[in-house]
Design a protein around this ligand. Sequence first.
Ligand SMILES: [Fe+2]
Length: 465
Amino acid sequence: MSDSAFMPGFQSLDTELSDHDLPVEGEIPAWLSGTLLRNGPGKFDGNGTRLRHWFDGLAMIRKYEFDEGGVTYSNRFLRTGAYDDAMAGRPTGQFATDKSGIGKVLGWLKRLGPPEPTDNANVHVARLDGEYVAQTEVPRWVGFDDDLDTSGPFAFDDSLDMDMITAHLVADPTGGHVGHGLSFGRTHEYVFFEIPPDSRRREEITSIPTDSPAYIHSIGVTEDRLVLVETPLRIDILRALSPFTEGFFELLDWKEDLDTRFVVIDRASGETVVDRTVDPFFTFHVINAYDDGDEIVLDLAAFEDATIVDALSLETLAEEGFDAAPPGRLVRFRIGSDGNISRRRLYDGGIELPTVRADRQTREYRYAYGQATDREGANGLVKVDTERETAAEFWQRDLYIEEPWMVPRPDGEAADDGVVLAPALDVDAEQSVLLVLDAGTLDELARAPVPHHNPFGFHGRFFPQ
Ligand SMILES: [Fe+2]
């Protein structure tokens, strides 16, 4: 695809709707009860200024609420400082567009006073201590309520100080969350922490010093251990001092001579139990990880290098579409307690925005769902059977599918008994729909058209009733 047929996915949306009844074509199972909340950009420009990177779009939450076969839809921008600036015609980015995202680094280096990364929390959502939280990769998370009204900055009840923090908290099926962050200082440190159930207190597991911190978007978490995947994509902190540096994006450096390193940490003791390198690759997303006897199984979407980061700038997307974006590959690593590491590709196609059902995260699992990314005329939705190493796909011309989420049927026994929910954008009709697919067969059960186009979002979660 040479022109940008999918560009509605990167066009601003101004409309906000509340509890709008969606028409349903087909049949949504009556057992499906709960809320799919998703985060992602809603606006890319203001006052003639266009943001430079997809990752910089203004945070908008979408809510799909299911009850007795019906679905209602709401969408709202988070009301933040970034929102006020955008509405005043001063859109500010964090990843690529301006210096505000590196303000904290600059502040630390120059000791100029309080840090000011933007509060544009557009990456993910979680539920912590009974509150919905919109998350970004700096510690300026934002709370919101059932009606998508912004309640204000989300504050942790602890004294852990980090300059960057993962938006990809791993929700442990036991109710807690596991995360990581980066602390810049005389020595930089990766920080690993757990948030107990019904708490907003981060308890530090351990910290690991580093001279050259990597950009780490997610980590592997099993029931007993953590895996840090440190790729050669490093953050050049001193470059933040340059007057020509325009955003966090420009601090990132792919170090050709480095390998990718796995550090395995025991969750209970905080001790490092394996520290080994493998041939270099880049990843945003660990899919899942679990303990298998002495071994750890770690599945992720791997790229040969970090060209994907440039490929997702709005300028490159406008010129080349997704053609410049290399495919991520579903790779399974087995990490032995003796440090022996094997690598195997489980699916030949491209995959991104992968998810597994919530009750299998950190545990042995069978099916991963994700975007099938290397397709012409649209992406698809893929289900990979990691046991048999087979895949099934859903594909429709002009339909670009966002991150899928599998919801198991109550009392269902098979690992794929349930539905897969996925918002999608018909780039020809310039209209978004919510797809409800059979999680076993990927047959379409229903689709619910949304009365506008939705820019492509990032991540979400389903919260059962
Ligand atoms: Fe992500």
